[in-house]
Design a binder for this molecule. Sequence first.
Ligand code: CDP
Ligand code: MG
Length: 692
Amino acid sequence: MSRFWKPGTEKPRIVDDEEGGVLFYSASASSSSGYGFSSMEKQRQRLPVFKYRTAILYLVETHATTIIVGETGSGKTTQIPQYLKEAGWAEGGRVIACTQPRRLAVQAVSSRVAEEMGVKLGEEVGYTIRFEDVTNNDLTRVKFLTDGVLLREMMDDPLLSKYSVIMVDEAHERSLSTDILLGLLKKIQRRRPELRLIISSATIEAKAMAAFFSTRRHRGPDNGLKKEPAILSVEGRGFSVQICYVEAPVPDYLRAAVSTVLSIHDQEPMGDILVFLTGQDDIDAAVQLLTEEAQSSRKQGLIFLPLYSGLPRADQDLIFSPTPRGKRKVVISTNIAETSLTLEGIVYVVDSGFSKQRFYNPITDIENLIVAPVSKASARQRTGRAGRIRPGKCYRLYTEEYFIKEMPAEGIPEMQRSNLVSCVIQLKALGIDNILGFDWPASPSPEALIRALEVLYSLGVLDDDAKLTSPAGFQVAEIPLDPMISKMILASVEFGCSEEVITIAAVLSIQSVWFPGRGAQKELDEAKLRFAAAEGDHVTFLNVYKGFLESGKSSNWCHKNFVNYHAMKKVAEIRLQLRRIAQHLGIVLKSCESDMQAVRKAITAGFFANACRLEPFSHNGLYKTVRSSQEVYIHPSSVLFRVNPKWVVFHSIVSTDRQYMRNVISIDPSWLTEAAPHFYQRQLLNPNPLQV
Ligand code: CDP
Ligand code: MG
C-alpha cells in the first residue's frame, strides 16, 4: 500500500476554538479512553460531555440560547437530554425535545437513550419521524424527532408550548428543515421567553450562529435570562488519525474503495473499517463487489454491512452490535455516519470524497440529486471517525493537492440549493406572509423563492395575494408530503381514483419497491416486466402493490418477484396513515378500478410542472422539459426506458452523466393546460409547442 499512498500533513482538528465577542466556556476534559465492559452508568460518565454536565445545566438555566460545539461521539445527543430530564426540565408535564435532520439517527439515538434510562421506548423516551410516532402523550418526557416533524407540530401548536427545552442537534448540517426551524424558533423565543434553546453540532460557525440568535436588537420581556447566546465547547477525546492520500486521482472511487478495504484487511491490524460512499446504489454495488472479491480471494473474517436511510431495523441493529471476536466489520455508509451516528470500533476510514447532494437551479426549475465532492469540513469529520477507540488511519481517495487547492472549505446550506416549494407552503401555513423578509439563518435566493411562489400559485395553493387558498391550500399544507404529491391526492377526488393515488403517494415516499438485484440484474429486469404497465412507473407500482396484497403480504412472494418486502410493508403502513389524513380532511376515498386514465390525470394535476416532450427527431430518447427546454432522459430503471412516449411527466431527476427522470408516466398534453392553464399560458402563445 505504501506505493499507492502518500501520508498527509494535515492534522484533523475537529473543534475550532475561536473566541471573540461572545461568552465562551471551555474546560479541559480528560483524555481517558476506556471503552470496556462496565455498567451503563460508568459508560455514561466516561463520555467527554459528562465533565461539562454542571456547566451545561447552568448555561441552560441562565441563557435563552446555548450553543454547544463538540466532537462527534462526545455524548451531546444521548446525554444532554438526559441531563435536562435529571435537572427537572421535564417536570409538570413539560417535554424535552431533541431534533435530528435524519430519521435513522432519530430511531438509533432514542433507542439508545431508552436503554440507558432503563425504560421502554415509546414511554418516557419516545421518537417521532414522518409516518411513525412512537410516543405517548401522557408518558413521554424526552422526545427525539426530525426537525421536519417539529416544524409540522407548529401547525397545531405554533408556540410549541409543551416543550421546555428544544435541542436542535446536528445544526452544522444546515439542512433545509433545520434552517427553517432556527428561523421560527427565534420568533417563538420572543413570545415564549421561558423557552430554552440548545443548538448543538459537531462543527459550527459558533459565532455566526450566536450572532443569529443575538437578541440585542429585539426587545422582549425581561425575565432575568441572559439573551446573548452562550457558547460551550466540549473537548473531545479523539485519538490521532494518520491521513493517507492517493498519489494520483482515482478514475473510479467505488473500485478504489473496494481495493482499499481489501488491502487494509491484508496489511493492517484488526479494527473495523468505515467506508464513505454516496447512496444506496453505490453502497449495494460495493457490498456486492466486496463479497465477490473476498470470496474469490478466500479472504476470511470480513463482515460487510451497508448503512443508509431506509435500512430495515434488523440491519441497523447489526451496525451497532459489537464485532465478533476475530472478525472485522466493514460498514459502507452514506454521510449519515459522518456525524449523526457514532459507530464504536472503527479504526480505518476510507473516504471517497463524495456525497449525494441536492442542487436546485431556479432558472431551469430543476432540482437534482448529484454525486458531488464533499467539503473540507466534511472530510475532516470523516477522518475523525477513525480515532474513536485508538489511533487510526484515514484513506482519502483523492490527492492531497486536490484537498488543499480545490476542495471547498464549507458546504453550502441546503436552503441555498433546494427547491423551496415545501418550505414556502409551511411558512405560509404558519401565517408568515412576508417570505422574502423572513429572518433566515442563510437567505435563499429570491429567484428560488419566486419560483416556489409561482408553482404554488399554479397548483391552486396560493391565491393572487399569495395567501393559502381555502380549502385546497390548507389541505395541501396539512398533508405531510411534497405539495405536488399532496395536490395529486386532492385532484384524485375529482377523478374518482383516490385509493389508487394514495398507494402511489405511499410508494413515492419510500426509496424503491424493488430489491436491489445483487448480481441478478437480468432476473430483476424480468421480474419488473411481470408488473410493467404501458402507462409508466406509477401504474406499475399499483400492479406491484396489488400483487403484494393478493399474496397476503407474503415475504416469499416478494422474494420471488424481486420486490423489497420491508419497503412494501412500509408502503402499506404509510398508506393507512394517508387514508386517515385524507378522511380527516374530508377527502372521499374511491377506487377507479381499472381506469388508469383517471390516475394519470390526477398525477398530471400535481406534476404538470415536470412535463417533458420527446424531441421530434430524437433517436436516443432525448426529452426536453416543457418549462425550460432542459435536456433530460428516462432513467434506465423506469419501465418506460426505451419505450419513450411522446409526452411524460416525471417525479424527480437524478444526474449522473446525464439528467435522468425517475418515475415517469405518459400523458396527453391537453391535460397540462387543463391542469394548469396559467402555468402553460406562455408556452401556448408560442407557435405549437404543445401540438403533438
Ligand atoms: O451526539 P454525539 O456525537 O456527541 O454523541 P452521542 O451520539 O451522544 O454518542 C455518545 C456515545 O453513545 C457513543 O459512545 C456512542 O457509541 C454511544 N451510542 C451507542 O452506543 N448507540 C447508539 N445508538 C448511539 C450512541
Ligand atoms: Mg449527535
